[in-house]
Design a protein around this ligand. Structure first.
Ligand code: PAZ
Length: 334
């Protein structure tokens, strides 16, 4: 089958079919489908007006061996996705959180090992009989706990993990298809950092690659030959996602001169609703919105509000200083 066009955009069905036919579907897919179906049906029956968002978060891995010892990874910790999920919940959405296993999660991210050891938040009570939250952390922890329990008790948050880029693609396709009945109340918020390259199953080593044997190079060099991951955003927009749903993708760059043009290109190519651009070094303080109604809109967090623990999401929900059409600020001193 050859590529066809929808709204002038080509969808490469060959690439899609080959990818899904020649790579194994994740072991957890059937279980995840059942959980997602139940979650979606619950909200359609009990709160038909509720919006449901699929948030993708964290980085995908590219395994080098089938029995994986080594893999290629990326920097993403899942901060954007986990934080955004909290804000979606606060705004009344139900959230399907498709995340890299062991990356940051909504609510528990405030007590992640990468910022603090959770034991530092605790102490023994004066009588030595109980373990309690230290006084200075109680107010914030109570607030986070209440929000977490509200989401949990009202079945508003479904956590589904992935690890590899292949798993991610299978999960994304399957969730988008299951979300069809939600129609225009569905939102896709694609904050995961998804590898552009992978090793197809039929070229992957079964066992741990041995350092003495060498692979493809001279001597003991290991030469890795990666294929491009098919551009699935076009399949998502034109085929998997419900008609009328909103699709927001992210674009990360390290070269500032490329960010806006690449984000515009993505919007033009895939014809979805919004691309949010960010630079690796400044992603917590500034983002640029590229939307089809034209123009670029920078949203920045004022220098005075930047802190180590600041997650950056305020930049996306309107609490930040807005400076439309201005140049990126120098954050080195920030
Ligand atoms: O997970 P994190 O908060 O460390 O990073 C978030 C992000 C930079 C991965 C996300 O905002 C993003 O840009 N995702 C798309 C990356 C890409 O261009 O593939």
């Amino acid at each position: 089958m050859s590529p066809h066009t929808t709204n002038g955009v080509s969808i490469n069905e060959d690439a899609e079919n080959t990818y899904f036919q020649t790579n194994p579907s994740p072991k957890a897919l059937t279980k995840h489908q059942a959980l997602a179906l139940e979650f979606i049906q619950y909200h359609l029956e009990n709160a038909p007006d509720r919006r449901i968002v699929l948030v993708t978060s964290g980085g995908t891995t590219v395994p080098l061996e089938n029995q994986t010892v080594r893999f290629i990874d990326n920097f993403s910790a899942g901060t954007r996705g986990a934080t955004s999920a909290e804000y979606f919940l606060q705004e009344g959405y139900a959230v399907i959180f498709l995340h890299r296993q062991f990356s940051l999660l909504p609510y528990s991210r405030h007590y992640s090992h990468s910022t603090n050891c959770f034991l530092d938040f605790m102490e023994e009570s004066e009588d030595g009989e109980r373990v309690v939250v230290r006084k200075e952390y109680q107010e914030k922890m109570r607030r986070v706990l209440q929000q977490y329990q509200y989401a949990k008790n009202n079945r508003l948050l479904l956590l589904l993990p992935f690890t590899t880029v292949i798993e991610y693609m299978f999960e994304l396709r399957s969730l988008a298809t299951l979300m069809q009945p939600i129609g225009s109340r569905a939102l896709f918020y694609l904050a995961a950092a998804v590898s552009d390259f992978f090793i197809p199953r039929d070229r992957m080593e079964e066992h741990k690659i041995q350092s003495r044997e060498g692979r493809g190079g001279s001597g003991r060099q290991l030469v890795i030959n990666l294929d491009p991951v098919p551009k699935f955003l076009s399949n998502l927009v034109h085929s998997w996602a419900p008609k009328g749903s909103m699709i927001v993708s992210f674009k990360l760059e390290t070269d500032p001169s490329l960010l806006v043009s690449k984000a515009e290109q993505a919007l033009d190519r895939y014809q979805h609703d919004l691309v949010i651009g960010n630079m690796l070094m400044t992603r917590k303080w500034e983002v640029v919105f590229i939307s089809r109604d034209g123009g670029e809109r920078w949203i920045r967090v004022p220098k005075t509000r930047r802190s180590k623990s600041f997650s950056g999401i305020e930049a996306l929900v309107g609490k930040a200083e807005r400076k439309p059409d201005s140049e990126p600020v120098d954050l080195e001193g920030g």
